[in-house]
Structure formats: structure tokens, C-alpha cells
Design a protein around this ligand. Sequence first.
Ligand SMILES: Nc1ncnc2c1ncn2[C@@H]1O[C@H](COP(=O)(O)OP(=O)(O)OP(=O)(O)O)[C@@H](O)[C@H]1O
Ligand SMILES: [Mg+2]
Length: 234
Amino acid sequence: MLSINNLEVGYGGATVLRNVGIKVETGQVVCIMGRNGVGKTTLLKTVMGLLRPTQGEISFDGQNITRAAPDRRARAGIGFVPQGREIFPHLTVQENLELGLEAAVKGKSKPTKVPDSIFEMFPALKGMIARRGGQLSGGQQQQLAIGRALATDPSLLLLDEPMEGIQPSVVQEIEHAIRTIKAERKIAVLLVEQSLEFATTIADYTYIMDNHTVVAQGKPGEISEEVLRHHLTV
Ligand SMILES: Nc1ncnc2c1ncn2[C@@H]1O[C@H](COP(=O)(O)OP(=O)(O)OP(=O)(O)O)[C@@H](O)[C@H]1O
Ligand SMILES: [Mg+2]
């Protein structure tokens, strides 16, 4: 459903990504791993249309979206949960979720209320509906950010390090949510993740990035320990 070919992206004169090729099939969880600064966030932002590639192509559901604006990508079915969550701290939980509805998929009738499925996935949010986003814990903010992205009713969710800076107890809830997103909602996930253990248990396919590009890829267990160690350890 998502196909990235020969992607090149940079900031000013500095090239960050070179000749990157990645595929996500319908309903798959695909993991991107790599050291800090390798360009994982740059990749997701480019898929969402927040950065312009200098070369290459991105197609989604058979359409070339390389030059499409972010809102068009959102309506086409791509949801984005940015690194660091970026919820609106001064807006309430309800208002944060409603912002997701604004970007809902074109063609389908636009939902007017936040779907119950979001509260089923994250029951903690239900009791906090009137609280400001900034008053939530890190884990709750992450749940809110995922909930907001799900409110757009995506068929592909881009998740940038959802476990970063989150208490171990909440990590399990987020992990459970990702499994539900895949198994019950049938949403494909492109996940940037630092934990090899987590990536191995959840991913259908993994790409390892180093030196500005994809250096290894495979199903869980297919990438050798040596390769993983070489490209992931600091
Ligand atoms: N707005 C920007 N302007 C200039 N350079 C940037 C900008 N954002 C990122 N970079 C640089 O691009 C490179 C890739 O950054 P990116 O944030 O994509 O890496 P990352 O793999 O997501 O890292 P992390 O694991 O720390 O989140 C880094 O060298 C970074 O310093
Ligand atoms: Mg990043």
C-alpha cells in the first residue's frame, strides 16, 4: 500500500537520506530501526508530506503522492503520530481528539464525534476528556497522540518512537494498542522503534538504516545478530 523508491531528502545542502526504498503491505507492521540522527524522523515526515524529497517517489494505494500536501495525504488515509507526541497542551483531550476528526478521510461521511473505539483502546482518556493535554502524563499524552491520529480513520499509521520517555507500565498499554490497531482495525503501521526486542515481537518486516540509507531488511529473525550489532549499537 505504501511504496517508497529511491528517496533522497535533505535540509538545505545537507543530504540526510539517499536511495531509500521501503514497502509497507496492507495491514503489516513495518519497523524502521537505526541510530540517533540516521534520518528516521526525516523519513516519516517525508511520507507525511512535511518535507519535500529532492529525488524519488512515494506512492500510496497506487497513487503517486510524492508532491501531495500533508492534508491530502491525511484524507487519503495516512495518520501521523510525531516523535515527542506534539499534542496541544492548552487544548482539552476532547479538543485534541476533535482536531483528528477534521482531517478525516474524504469520501467517507465525516464522523462528527470521536469514535468510541478510541476510548475502548485507551480507557484512561475517557475519564480525562475535559483535562488539558498538558496536564496528562507522558504515557497518557502518547495515547492521546495515537487516538488523535486514529480519529482520522487511517489505513496507514506512521508512529515515531511511541515508547520514548514512557514509564514501563504504560509501555505495555501502548504495545497492546499497536497490536489491536493491527489485528482488529487492520491498519498498517510504519513504526520507528529503538527497542530491538519490541521490534522483533511486533514487526512483520524490519528495515535497518545506517549511513543515510537502508542497509539491511528482513522478517523477524532474518537479519543476523552481527548485522544488527554493527548498525544499531552505539
Ligand atoms: N530541521 C532540520 N534542519 C537541519 N537538519 C536537521 C533538521 N532536522 C534534522 N536534521 C538533521 O538530519 C539528520 C537526521 O535527523 P532525524 O531527526 O531524521 O534523525 P532520527 O533518526 O529521527 O534521530 P533520533 O533517533 O534522534 O530521533 C540529523 O543529522 C539531524 O541533525
Ligand atoms: Mg527521530
